[in-house]
Ligand binder design. Structure first.
Ligand SMILES: Cc1cc2nc3c(=O)[nH]c(=O)nc-3n(C[C@H](O)[C@H](O)[C@H](O)COP(=O)(O)O)c2cc1C
Length: 303
């Protein structure tokens, strides 16, 4: 009933661990799969190791979270065995997220990470937390986004999904540019903003980076609209991401046009069981409403 597909990759259910949440090691990706995720995405991996920002890097507020982790990761050389381990032992498709700051480096990185044989490679071209180091994310500019995707596609046979941000004047224009470069699918959305929280007694911003990408329930309506536009505007498979904490949220993204729903902040709100809980809630809704497959619900809000 919950099976779905992303560019030919079969998932037993449409819940996916979003990038950056707990998936830094092969063992932690396997642990998330054991908790019922239909696929698992690694933390974004760069060519060289990155320390990231000093603490505090994550804060919560009433409607969501803000983070400025700063893309800390072990670099591609040490990450390949971790992805390989997850591919062999998780029992679920593994999505390797990669990030770089020169478009042409996505080619080298895609070639390297392909050695671990993930089911999908996700290009993170939309992180809002490192612009002071690297300038505007590629997802803000159709030509830069297209170049990054072309570079990756030339260097791998594995399906490539591209992670986009609504922080751009025309999301569908960017999506069409990455489609023309050969993208096999889109993940939407990354965190938005960035936002800021000020400790009024300390009289300064709480995050060490001062600001951070906003995620969680506050961004769900933006994610739904982006997925709706991307489904209509590109026809590519979409991993809907943003504010999913329960089965109804996941179904909303699927009705907007997503083929699957990734969960990030929801892990903090409901624990690792969020994946099996969301699946149970989706099944309950589908039985009550007479749906027997994800395909029947996908994009139904457009009819
Ligand atoms: C702590 C944290 C770290 C994140 N790190 C990454 C990352 O490394 N790469 C990436 O593409 N997205 C990263 N994200 C964004 C999430 O994958 C997701 O797109 C976003 O949080 C929206 O989904 P959510 O509302 O379910 O959290 C991160 C999000 C959080 C909260």
């Amino acid at each position: 009933m919950l099976e779905t597909e992303l560019a030919g990759v079969k998932l037993s259910n449409p819940t996916i661990l979003a990038s950056g949440i707990v998936g830094v090691s092969g063992a932690s990706l396997c642990n998330v799969a054991r908790h019922g995720a239909g696929a698992v995405t690694s933390k974004s991996i760069s060519l060289e190791p990155r320390k990231g920002h000093p603490n505090p890097v994550i804060i919560t507020y009433a409607q969501g979270m803000m983070n400025a982790v700063g893309l800390s990761n072990a670099g591609v050389k040490d990450s390949i065995p971790e992805i390989e381990y997850a591919v062999k032992n998780s029992g679920a498709p593994v999505i390797a997220s990669i990030v770089e700051f020169k478009a042409e480096n996505f080619g080298t990185l895609a070639k390297e990470i392909s050695k671990a044989n993930p089911a999908i490679i996700e290009l993170n071209i939309s992180c809002p937390n490192v612009s002071h180091e690297f300038g505007k994310p590629f997802s803000h500019d159709p030509a830069a986004a297209e170049w990054a995707v072309r570079s990756a596609k030339r260097n791998t046979k594995i399906p490539v999904f591209v992670k986009l941000s609504p922080n751009t004047p025309d999301l569908v224009e960017v999506a069409c540019a990455v489609k023309s470069a050969g993208a096999d699918g889109i993940t939407a959305i990354n965190t938005i903003g960035p936002g800021m929280q000020i400790d009024i007694r300390a009289r300064k911003p709480v995050l060490s980076n001062k600001c951070g990408g906003v995620s969680g329930p506050a961004i769900k309506p933006i994610a739904v609209k982006c997925v709706y536009d991307l489904y209509r505007g590109t026809g590519l498979p979409v991993i809907g991401t943003g504010g999913v904490t329960n089965g109804a949220d996941a179904i909303e993204l699927i009705m907007a046009g997503a083929s699957a729903a990734a969960i990030g902040s929801g892990v903090y709100y409901r624990g690792m069981d969020v994946f099996s809980k969301v699946c149970r809630e989706m099944r309950g809704f589908m039985e009550k409403e007479g749906f027997s497959s994800i395909r029947e619900m996908r994009g139904i809000a457009h009819e």
